[in-house]
Design a protein around this ligand. Sequence first.
Ligand code: GTP
Ligand code: MG
Length: 305
Amino acid sequence: MYKTGFVGIVGKPNAGKSSLVNKMVGFKVAITTPKPQTTRFNIKGIRTSDTSQIIFVDTPGVHNPKHKLGEYMMKGVNVAILDTDVIVYLVDATKPVLDEANKRIMNDIVKAKKKIILAINKIDSIKKENILRIIEEYNKYIDNIGGSFKDIIPISVYKNDGLDILVKCIEEVLPEGEIIFSEDEVTDISERDIAEEIIREKALSYLNEEIPHGINVKIEKMKLRTTENGNEVYDIDAEIICKKDSHKPIIIGKNGEMLKKISTASRREIAEMTDTRVNLKIWVKVRKDWENIDNFLGNIKDKIR
Ligand SMILES: Nc1nc2c(ncn2[C@@H]2O[C@H](COP(=O)(O)OP(=O)(O)OP(=O)(O)O)[C@@H](O)[C@H]2O)c(=O)[nH]1
Ligand SMILES: [Mg+2]
């Protein structure tokens, strides 16, 4: 009996949701960083095997929004809860406390009568006895709001620990069905979108303090060109958008060194992903308060689905 369905991966920022989806799919569909609130819109990661096609939906970390950007991010989480067959609620075992925003989301999942699997990630970084305490706390909470977990699975994405069991548990609760996406499809987002995300990932990784989360990346042009000697090259023009005048020189860096670092790392990874040479130009622009202005949020707002 072949199983097919959509599985929402929901949880606090930094729990390892995007890392889990990438590992399950075997391809980097979503960027990951050690900084919370990396993911800004839902991304599908498709895992096709002999027994099932699981369409994972990676979602932004659950938080209390402080601007329009945050509101759109949380809208994405809510859409995923309604539109998927199963929810994997992912807990970071090193920071398991259930905050108010996450309690609300848990209530929404129970209210929507969705099947929930609790996965406790990063067990490579805690003592075994702490896992029991986390299980107890979460069981108590869900019991209080009239729900229950279909399964509880400790995992480590880093160590590939418990992931086979997680897949089996998902397959058990997924509906029977035919394959939806062709076998070679791994995601629903375009190369252009992934390229934007890769540039943002590099900027997030290299920049410090308050700047990383205040940036957005927009690709203005991404065109394939054939050179005189018959090689293909992607010409890419991109903008890093920041919200304050004072951030711009920091992103560019002394003698342009920071921007060069971001640009070199991005170019390499985009070239690897597209299997094509890349000619990447990045400009830095200031758009004051862009996180609250609809015009500048198109690339996030349009991806709520
Ligand atoms: N120790 C440990 N760290 C992990 C594991 N899985 C992911 N991480 C790390 O946790 C951090 C956050 O991972 P992400 O996958 O970006 O987390 P996320 O839940 O998608 O975060 P947001 O998009 O911000 O909501 C990264 O530094 C990962 O390398 C794991 O199994 N063990
Ligand atoms: Mg993420």
